[in-house]
Design a protein around this ligand. Structure first.
Ligand code: ATP
Ligand code: MG
Length: 353
């Protein structure tokens, strides 16, 4: 008896075409061991689609993706196409259209990966970033262009529903881990939205037994992330604070090439999307040296969300083993290629236990 999952694949641009197939092989290998299989459906969307058709994806793109249980995403971006087209033409419509209001970004230090911190050992945290509202809003504008009185207004929009649901997700995750939840705030300086955030987060977390909530000012939190990241487990943050904190956390534990992320619709009304933190890396694309670990760890997040927790844990273990003393790509100080690293992880996975 075998379980099947239907997954849409958007390799996208640049190194997406190198790391996505590598990660798919590993998922297939994990499936053979754990009694599931994935029906992968590739969609050739991204910058090439834009050059030929003038759009990053077809107009019925979301309808087509909606037929799958998950979207496995590589990267989009090309030096000759502005970010607002690549982002707003593909990633943002998927995140918003599918109400992927949780952006989950683990940051775990693995022995053997160099870190700028003196004491990175034992860092293992999860950042839960609000992904669809908050500071990244379209409300506002520029007024009096070119005059001495010119001004720009940028509104942040926080809703009770939007804040409560991301806090509830973070609280549930914290309950499954250590029970420690940190909320990033700035209620001493941002006097309307942040006290509201604090209040709604506290109410939502109170619904979850066994979770201890600590609110920390974002500036102090950023400093603590660098001085002692081991004190954190789950961190919940608004869109902007979460964006900055998760890049900071990723830099603290090593290369951008190893960082994973998930855009989740926890209610499962729509598919969730799994993408590594890195982009299309045009500077190294096509050379076979991209680190596949970010994409492979992203695949583990996807399997975990689909309910294949054992397979996900096995993949993470195989990644840790190879990072510790296996082949490594140049971004981690090695001289091996994407294929060698992915193959070592696949072997480690099928040979263990
Ligand atoms: P995009 O426009 O798609 O976001 P980018 O160049 O702005 O692309 P990244 O793709 O994240 O941003 O690249 C930032 C830097 O990190 C580049 O120097 C890139 O080569 C490096 N990098 C990113 N991903 C990897 C990876 N998987 N392996 C090795 N190096 C990587
Ligand atoms: Mg970029």
């Amino acid at each position: 008896m075998s379980t099947h999952y239907s997954v849409a694949v958007i390799a996208g641009d640049g190194i997406g075409h190198e790391v996505v197939p590598a990660a798919m092989d590993i998922v297939d290998a994990a499936g053979s061991r754990h009694g599931f299989s994935i029906d992968w459906t590739p969609y050739p969307w991204g910058s090439e689609h834009y050059r030929t058709h003038g759009t990053m994806m077809p107009t019925d793109g979301l309808d087509r993706l909606a037929q799958h249980e998950a979207v496995f995403f590589g990267a989009v971006g090309a030096p000759d196409i502005p970010d607002h087209i690549t982002l707003w033409g593909l990633l943002i419509p998927i995140r918003r259209g599918f109400q992927q209001y949780v952006n989950l970004r683990p940051a775990r230090h693995v022995k053997g990966v160099r870190s700028p911190l003196a004491e990175p050992d034992g860092t293992d945290l999860m950042i839960v970033r609000e992904n669809v509202e908050g500071e990244y809003s379209e409300v506002g504008g520029r007024f009096g262009r070119g005059t001495d009185a010119e001004l720009a207004v940028q509104e942040a929009v926080f809703t009770r529903k939007g804040t409560a649901r991301v806090a509830a997700y973070a609280a549930e995750l914290a309950a499954r881990r250590s029970g420690k939840l940190t909320s990033a705030t700035k209620s001493n300086g941002i006097i309307h939205s942040m006290p509201f955030w604090d209040e709604v987060v506290a109410e939502a977390v109170a619904q979850q037994p066994g979770v201890e909530l600590r609110s920390v000012l974002i500036d102090a939190l950023a400093a603590a992330m660098v001085s002692r990241p081991q004190q954190f487990d789950v961190i919940v943050a608004s869109n902007l604070f979460g964006d900055i904190l998760s890049d900071l956390a990723a830099a603290c534990v090593g290369s951008i090439g190893v960082a994973a992320s998930a855009n989740l619709n926890p209610e499962r009304t729509y598919p969730s999307m799994f993408e590594p933190v890195h982009g299309s890396a045009p500077d190294i694309a096509g050379r076979g040296i991209a680190n596949p670990v970010g994409q492979i760890s992203t695949a583990a997040l996807m399997l975990d969300f689909l309910g294949e927790t054992k397979a996900a844990a096995d993949i993470n273990q195989a990644v840790d083993d190879v990072l510790r003393d296996g082949p490594r790509t140049p971004d981690l100080g090695g001289q091996d290629g994407t294929r060698e690293v992915a193959e070592a992880i696949r072997k480690q996975l099928v040979c263990s236990r």
